[in-house]
Design a protein around this ligand. Structure first.
Ligand code: ADP
Ligand code: MG
Length: 322
């Protein structure tokens, strides 16, 4: 079982940032209002995600670390319209197989929290623990027992960069949740809950906010909303291109093409637009996250989606409403 978990871990936990993604998604699924992320040494030494969500009952703590035991999917049909972010029931098991993991949780009304710890295949029994409410998952020494994988890790700075990017992706999409990020004891981000525009300005920069349009276009059951930089805007440094389908960050050729064309029409060769855009679509019309680590989508009616994104963005960019 450990071997199976370690192999699966390779799929799910490519690097600290992929573990962070899974933990953040679990906190979101648990209806957290506040999520605190603490990293040490790029997340390799330590990666902790604490939330104030619904928590896990004591009897289910060990089960939460067991593969597939918790999968929320009853039938394959459910895959078609998965709404919660986590649905495979293997993230915690996979992370635990390649790290020293501690899971502490306290349901509302409990007198204290409970904790289970796992290292490789060893899982401890339940122990009482201290935690105000919600759940805290602490992952230490990623790949301590799989040196071959550890070799593939890049420098601390690079792994940290991936973690911060993952954090940014999620924090941009859930501005109703407040987030903090700490690295090596330093506060990096403190993001109170609030409107998307404010969070985008914080995470993507005031220059972006000042040089962008706010859009909200609808056609039938489709909606595209968010912020997009005006043609000619140059952020310098890394691209800030965030696109979400039903709340999930995606990177998709069809979408990228539609956006590129919308900009190209207005300013020939605008190669580095910045945006945080959210596409809402009937879940039946799209398959998201075909594979654990991939962020691809498959649309049932790709042509219609392309046209809608192109027209909505083109319209907003040609007639800024601010
Ligand atoms: P999945 O999210 O696909 O169900 P995971 O391995 O990520 O699988 O998590 C296993 C289970 O543990 C979840 O289904 C959930 O019941 C519980 N869980 C994990 N993290 C949290 C959390 N932060 N708050 C509450 N429950 C959690
Ligand atoms: Mg999950």
């Amino acid at each position: 079982d450990l071997l199976i978990n370690q192999i699966a871990a390779g799929e799910v936990v490519e690097r600290p940032a992929s573990a962070l993604k899974e933990l953040l998604e679990n906190s979101v699924d648990a209806a957290a209002n506040e999520i605190a992320v603490t990293l040490m040494q790029g997340g390799i030494k330590q990666l902790r995600v604490a939330d104030d969500g619904i928590g896990i009952v004591a009897e289910e703590l060990a089960l939460a670390l067991a593969r597939h035991a918790t999968s929320k999917i009853a039938t394959l049909d459910d895959l078609e319209s998965v709404n919660s972010l986590g649905f495979r029931g293997e993230a915690l098991a996979s992370i635990a197989a390649v790290s020293r993991l501690s899971l502490i949780s306290r349901r509302r009304g409990e007198r204290h929290a409970w904790k289970v710890e796992a290292a490789g295949s060893d899982v401890t029994g339940l122990q009482p623990a201290a935690l105000e409410s919600g759940t805290a998952v602490e992952v230490q020494d990623l790949y301590f027992n799989t040196p071959a994988r550890r070799k593939f890790l890049k420098s601390e700075a690079t792994e940290y960069g991936h973690c911060e990017e993952m954090f940014r992706r999620l924090a941009l999409s859930r501005t109703d949740i407040s987030f903090t990020l700490q690295h090596n004891g330093r506060k990096i981000w403190q993001l109170p809950a609030g409107p998307m525009e404010r969070r985008a300005a914080t995470l993507l920069g005031d220059e972006f906010a000042a040089a962008s349009v706010i859009l909200d276009e609808r056609a039938g059951s489709l909606r595209l909303w968010g912020m997009a930089s005006l043609p000619g805007f140059s952020r310098g440094g890394r691209d800030a291109q965030y696109f979400y389908v039903n709340g999930r960050f995606v990177r998709d050729k069809l979408i990228a093409h539609a956006i590129r064309e919308a900009y190209k029409d207005i300013l020939h060769n605008d190669r580095h637009p910045a945006f945080a855009l959210f596409l809402e679509i009937d879940p039946e019309g799209v398959d998201v996250n075909v594979h654990p680590t991939k962020i691809e989508v498959r649309f049932r009616d790709a042509r219609a989606i392309h046209q809608f994104i192109y027209h909505a963005l083109n319209k907003a960019l040609s007639a800024p409403i601010r």
